[in-house]
Design a protein around this ligand. Structure first.
Ligand code: PMP
Length: 391
């Protein structure tokens, strides 16, 4: 038995796909972190707005722990629902401009719970090829027919709808794609959904806090908040806390509350985590400057990488993929940067398609232009040394 697993691990190593030990941080998740007590610039975090370690969130958490303790002690349908859960769910609904919302323990559990309770064998699900793994897992768990369309390709989507449409249908897409940083063409998706009478769902894990005039995400950015049937998101990225949610019409939310197994059969989030999310949404609603500054800095940084000759997807978000291609070379670049005090993880298959291994750089509002100028100099040097850009 041991041999089988060892040979599978060796095969991963040969392909440059083996994940070694974790990088353990011994500091808070800020624009600079400590790994083994060495300070490094962090360039791969989803803490886009720097709220994970914001003093206002810390204070909210401490006050809440003092009042409520830590663990929630039960699932939401038994003893684990607190007044704070209700407050957060009302807040999310208002923030997203919809009737109601429901909070899950993680975004992963939200996707799996929503899709598997909405769809069954009678459904056909049209899913963007680059959708997050939790969407795919939800689709597989549902037993529905899964039809994957080419990334953001509306002609392919329409062709596949015509060929596969069933009695009940769902189109599901990331709002902002986690590994590419690009934005789904929601207006066109909605047009097709209306034309063919299809339910729509958007996973806005990476859009929330970043896009839209109040920071509420991709739907707001396209002024489509009332057109998307199901909006899902996470509280663990720009919001700086932990958890996932679904937002939409009351009847959908009531349905998920009753049927979604990942909601029903798991312990509720601790009140302190809920208090952090409430505080973060309040900050996001009021503080436009943070996200504007972040997007401006990201644009500047992307242009510098492109000028240097790197293959970088042009996006309007703080997710900046630097495509290297080969997995081993990507790891070498990531390791070289770490030696120089820059931590940006290498992303390899199966997270991204084979041949597209990359550094997934993501900026935080709390980075400085000085940090980023240093990063550009170092990445250029090692990019040339490893033959990723011309010398
Ligand atoms: N959807 C997307 C697009 C994601 O990137 C992620 C997290 N990587 C999730 C869902 C899952 O969210 P969580 O981390 O809160 O489980």
């Amino acid at each position: 038995m041991e041999n089988i697993f060892n040979s599978m691990l060796s095969s991963l190593k040969e392909k440059g796909l083996y994940r070694g030990d974790f990088k353990y941080l011994n500091s808070e998740q800020a624009s600079k972190v400590k790994i083994n007590n060495k300070e490094v610039i962090l360039l791969g975090s989803n803490n886009y707005l720097g709220l994970c370690n914001d003093i206002r969130l810390k204070e909210a958490v401490i006050d809440t722990v003092n009042k409520y303790g830590f663990g929630s002690g039960g699932s939401r349908l038994t003893t684990g629902s607190y007044d704070l859960h209700r407050k957060l769910e009302e807040k999310i609904a208002h923030f997203k401009g919809v009737e109601a919302s429901l909070v899950f323990s993680t975004g992963y559990m939200a996707n799996v719970g929503i899709i598997s309770s909405l769809c069954d064998r009678k459904w056909v699900i049209f899913s963007d090829r680059s959708n997050h793994a939790s969407i795919i897992d939800g689709c597989l768990l549902s037993g529905a027919k899964l039809v994957r369309y080419k990334h953001c390709d509306m002609d392919d989507l329409e062709r596949k709808i015509r060929e596969n449409k069933g009695k009940y249908n769902l189109i599901v897409t990331d709002g902002v794609f986690s590994m590419d940083g690009d934005v789904a063409p929601l207006p066109n998706i909605i047009k097709l959904a209306k034309k063919y009478e299809i339910v729509t769902m958007v996973d806005d894990a990476h859009g929330v806090g970043i896009l839209g005039e109040n920071g509420s995400g991709t739907a707001k950015y396209f002024k489509l908040s009332d057109q998307i049937d199901i909006q899902m998101g996470t509280l663990s990225k720009a919001i700086g806390s932990i958890g996932g949610y679904v937002a939409g019409k009351k009847y959908f939310i009531d349905y998920f509350r009753n049927i979604a197994r990942s909601f029903i059969f798991s312990t509720a989030l601790p009140p302190a985590a809920i208090a952090a999310s409430i505080k973060a949404i309040e900050i996001i609603e009021k503080d436009k400057f943070r996200r504007k500054h972040l997007l401006k800095m990201a644009d500047w940084f992307k242009n510098k990488l492109i000028e240097a000759g790197f293959q970088v997807t042009r996006t309007i978000t703080p997710i900046i993929p630097v495509i290297v291609g080969d997995s081993k070379n990507t790891v070498k670049l990531s390791e070289s940067l770490l030696e120089e005090g820059i931590y940006v993880p290498a992303i390899r298959p199966p997270t991204v398609p084979s041949g597209t291994s990359r550094l997934r750089i993501s900026l935080m509002a709390t980075h400085t232009y000085d940090d980023l100028r240093y990063v550009i100099d170092v990445i250029k040097f090692h990019g040339k040394r490893l033959g990723i850009i011309e010398g």
